[in-house]
Design a protein around this ligand. Structure first.
Ligand code: NAD
Ligand code: UDP
Length: 338
């Protein structure tokens, strides 16, 4: 199959590109490099020994997307393209609604024009909001999101669901990611946030490599064993392999299906600090700070549906996640700018 990765030069897209190529699929990548660089795809080619059709394209722009779809026939689209910084989305909500919703509408319109019916969407566990109890199951009612970024995901899920209801030819797979961390084991590709990292693991690896002085742990007064929040961290290559299964599923089914992609095992912030120290041998200086606005205490998946229906489970453990995150960061202290 030929798979279009919209936003495919980013962190999850580049790892999924490797997994798809290794599974024997062809890929096309379209990205405007708002939060990435073409270097990631050059390295995907280095890892796999295969060449990738790469387009600099804005997924909100119809002409750009027509050019991509006209180049070669596409069987399935994966929609990664979006802005994802939670804090920035609170300060600039309109920018987030404009970009994230428009990428979705443009993709759906151009897909309809070109007769492409299958799409896999990067959603997030954030759509469960803070009303549901862990572990989160796909059948739960969605909750109230705590920031505009989360709302864009929730709204985009609704747009895709409605589009599939109206068009019996359509196949939509909504993937709710938990917390992807780690990197490809080669250390050639990994997470490369611009500016100060928002997420825990890139912050830790930047402390480890000396780019930041210390980690601030956001609150140790939660109702958890060590007082810090718990999350379902998943190795980005496990997540990438989940996309291969989702793409193959989307090509063979109609309608909308939702899958959690997580491990089902929670770790606290301090568990991660300890696991990283063990994997890297580097001490992570940290201080306890106040809670971060919008954080939920606990977030982890019930991952049984993906196992039953897609035949997918996460295989890599927390040691692998920390080792591979460190391997990437220590070989590329300044990310793709090295
Ligand atoms: P990323 O920022 O590394 O990748 C997103 C890519 O989309 C970037 O390469 C960016 O340049 C591109 N992009 C943004 N707007 C675009 C536009 N208008 N046209 C073309 N390209 C555009 O982020 P990621 O971590 O790889 O996340 C991929 C997707 O998964 C995002 O939609 C994100 O919201 C979602 N997601 C990520 C996480 C996570 O923790 N990383 C969790 C849940 C969901
Ligand atoms: N976290 C932290 N310090 C940081 C970044 C994150 O203590 O500098 C905590 C955060 O409060 C949360 C966990 O680490 O409990 C995971 O945060 P991240 O932003 O990576 O993911 P999300 O909150 O989206 O699940």
């Amino acid at each position: 199959m030929r798979v279009l990765l919209a936003g495919g030069a980013g962190y999850i897209g580049s790892h999924t590109a490797v997994a798809l190529l290794e599974a024997g699929h062809d890929i096309v990548v379209a990205d405007n490099y708002a939060n990435s660089s073409a270097e990631a795809i050059r390295r995907v080619e280095e890892i796999t020994g295969k060449s990738v059709d790469l387009f600099e394209a804005d997924v909100t722009n119809h002409e750009d997307m027509r050019r991509v779809f006209d180049a070669k026939p596409i069987d399935v689209v994966i929609h990664f393209a979006g802005l994802k910084a939670v804090g920035e989305s609170v300060e600039k909500p309109v920018k987030y609604y404009r970009n994230n919703i428009d990428t979705t509408l443009t993709l759906l319109e151009v897909m309809a024009e070109k007769g492409v019916h299958n799409i896999v969407f990067s959603s997030s566990a954030t759509v469960y909001g803070d009303e549901n109890d862990v572990p989160y199951v796909e059948t739960m009612k969605k909750g109230s999101c705590t920031n505009p970024y989360g709302w864009t995901k929730s709204m985009m899920e609704q747009i895709f669901t409605d589009a599939a209801k109206a068009d019996p030819e359509m196949s939509v797979v909504l993937l709710r990611y938990f917390n992807p961390i780690g990197a490809h084991e080669s250390g050639l590709i990994g997470e490369d946030p611009q500016g100060i990292p928002n997420n825990l693991m890139p912050y830790i690896t930047q402390v480890a490599v000396g780019r930041r002085d210390h980690l601030t742990v956001f609150g140790d007064d939660y109702d958890t064993p060590d007082g810090t929040c718990r999350r379902d961290y998943i190795h980005v290559m496990d997540l990438a392999e989940g996309h291969v299964k989702a793409v193959e599923y989307a090509a063979e089914h109609k309608g909308t299906e939702i899958f959690n992609l997580g491990t089902g095992t929670p770790y606290s912030v301090l568990d991660i600090v300890k696991a990283f120290r063990k994997a890297s041998g580097v001490e992570i200086k940290y201080e306890i700070g106040p809670r971060r606005a919008g954080d939920v205490q606990d977030c982890w998946a019930d991952a049984t549906k993906a196992e039953k229906v897609l035949g997918w489970t996460a295989k890599r453990g927390i040691e692998d996640m920390c080792r591979d995150a460190w391997n990437w960061q220590s070989k590329n202290p300044n990310g793709y700018r090295d």
